[in-house]
Design a protein around this ligand. Structure first.
Ligand code: SAH
Ligand code: TMP
Ligand code: ZN
Length: 410
């Protein structure tokens, strides 16, 4: 475990404004005999008043989270597949068009959900994916992937072997890497002078507006804003040239960066910065209100869950998401509240959820006998799931949701 008392980006002293308590590894699904050795750390977020970076104080070592048994396979969601096709097409059209023999690098390429669109077109590409099991899926599809953690040193090795990159891409991974300065320096070294770095991650503005505190878990060492990204990368000669809000993962932001002065800066950057100031994202008081909102959300969710079983109702969790580890452990949700969690990912099935130890079962268990209520842990996939689950509603089932507020809906 690595605990900091200074900002990982600007080295100013920082302090937690709240604690979610003892937390296990969010994707650490386990068997009953692994319970005695389950790993815990304190999940406590801080806001750096000096550079605006939202971060957690303690984080388990990366090797504890990203390894040969990593439980998150990107391609399990059809909507995410479509999303990454769109992302790839945007890069092909806006960045790579007209370039001779371009080279694309993706950090955290997982099972190849995005790189497959470059590979299919015969474009030179390289995925950097330390979790070997998910990387093997990509390699099995012919997608060039190396299983390493990206940083300054690896950037130099890639340049030596493949040359500089026209585009470096990353989705839902920059916020995972604690050594952000090292990654930024690596990106700067790997990028061509006219290259671009495009990444997206859950957005702080959405998290604050929706009280979606479950975005905070071990892997998410940072929750970025336009302000904090612009400042962190400016220290490494990279300029934020465009931003594009995304609906994925409950509200994300796509950031486009380039070597300073190489490209025009879109008006969208200034607009987003003004919006963040209006929302108070640079004010400490905003985070104290967020803390109160988290506590209120927890209270209401537990009161809702506690009165249901008394009426003889069955409650099942839907989606054993990494985010749900924060919710179950912070709120104190146990197998007494939730019979099991339905999930389509084979590696999670038959295991227990981290910390709360709620059984995870195959999706067929959900459809075999619909529960009265489904607690929508995978709320970020709500559109896809609600389209798919009309039979559950027709059978009288209802959803319990907690983002942006706790309510029961059908
Ligand atoms: N881009 C995919 C996967 C996101 S999950 C998507 O959006 O669905 C984050 C991925 O980043 C994991 O597969 C993890 O193994 C990988 N990762 C973690 N640290 C990394 C690092 N330092 N360099 C490259 N990849 C990393
Ligand atoms: P994520 O929120 O980290 O993307 O994880 C989503 C989890 O939810 C993943 O374990 C797969 C699961 N899931 C289902 O079980 N059914 C679904 O329809 C969807 C979209 C996801
Ligand atoms: Zn800072």
């Amino acid at each position: 475990m690595v605990a900091v008392s200074r900002c990982r980006v600007c080295d100013a002293p920082i302090d937690a404004f709240m604690s979610f308590g003892r937390m296990p590894i969010a994707n650490g699904f386990l068997t009953a005999n692994e319970i005695p050795n389950e790993y815990f750390f304190e999940l406590a977020p801080a806001f750096c008043g000096a550079c605006g970076m939202f971060q957690i104080m303690e984080q388990p070592e990366p090797e504890k989270m990203f390894h040969e048994q990593y439980a998150f396979f990107s391609s399990t969601s059809r909507h995410m597949q479509a999303h990454f096709e769109g992302f790839a097409n945007a890069v092909l059209g806006r960045v790579l068009a007209g370039r001779a023999d371009p080279f694309v690098v993706e950090l955290g390429s997982n099972d190849g959900i995005m790189l497959r669109h470059f590979q299919r077109r015969g474009i030179r590409h390289l995925g950097i994916e330390p979790s070997i099991n998910v990387a093997d899926v990509a390699r099995g599809h012919g997608i060039n992937t190396i299983s390493e953690f990206f940083g300054r040193k690896l950037a130099d090795d890639i340049v030596a072997e493949h040359g500089h990159a026209d585009a470096i891409l990353a989705a839902n991974v920059m916020c995972h890497i604690p050594d952000l300065p090292g990654v930024a320096a690596g990106v700067q070294r790997l990028l061509k002078p006219d290259g671009v770095f495009i990444f997206e991650d859950p957005y702080l503005g959405d998290m604050i507006a929706k009280t979606s505190y479950d975005q905070i878990y071990d892997e998410h060492v940072f929750i970025f804003s336009v302000n904090s990204v612009a400042r962190a990368f400016a220290m490494h000669g990279l300029e934020l040239i465009d931003v594009m809000p995304q609906t994925t993962h409950g509200g994300s932001m796509r950031y486009m960066l380039a070597p300073k002065g190489s490209r025009a800066v879109s008006a969208a950057v200034g607009d987003a910065l003004a919006k963040e100031r209006a929302q108070g994202l640079d004010q400490g008081g905003t985070y104290l209100r967020f803390k109160q909102n988290c506590e209120a959300s927890r209270g209401l969710l537990m009161r809702t869950l506690e009165k249901l079983p008394g009426k003889g109702k069955r409650v099942v969790g839907y989606g054993a998401t990494s985010k749900s580890t924060t919710v179950t452990n912070y709120c104190g949700i146990t197998p007494d509240h939730v019979e099991f969690i339905s999930d389509t990912t084979p590696i999670k099935q038959g295991k227990l959820s981290p910390g709360a130890h709620i059984p995870v079962r195959p999706y067929t268990e959900f459809t075999r006998q619909y529960p009265d209520y489904a607690l929508l842990f995978a709320w970020n996939h709500a559109t896809e799931i609600r389209e798919k689950e009309s039979a559950f509603i027709a059978a009288g089932g209802q959803w319990i949701v907690y983002v942006p507020e706790v309510k029961i809906v059908s």
